[in-house]
Design a protein around this ligand. Structure first.
Ligand SMILES: [Zn+2]
Length: 61
């Protein structure tokens, strides 16, 4: 079970490591400020049956 995921910040291009809450459901999306540049990103998390995460991020408005 993988409880961390990574995404690339849309604003600064840094790779950001995030904790995953596998109990929150297989599909999650939320807004999170980039810890590097503080730009808000809309995070999309897809968890498969093996607990692998596909994390994507887009710049939030
Ligand atoms: Zn950033």
């Amino acid at each position: 079970m993988n409880d961390q995921g990574t995404y690339i910040c849309d604003a600064c291009g840094e790779q950001i490591v995030i904790p995953l809450d596998v109990s929150a459901g297989a599909r999650q999306d939320y807004i999170e400020d980039c810890p590097v540049c503080c730009h808000p990103n809309h995070i999309y998390v897809d968890l498969d049956e093996d607990g692998r995460a596909d994390v994507r991020a887009h710049a939030a408005q």
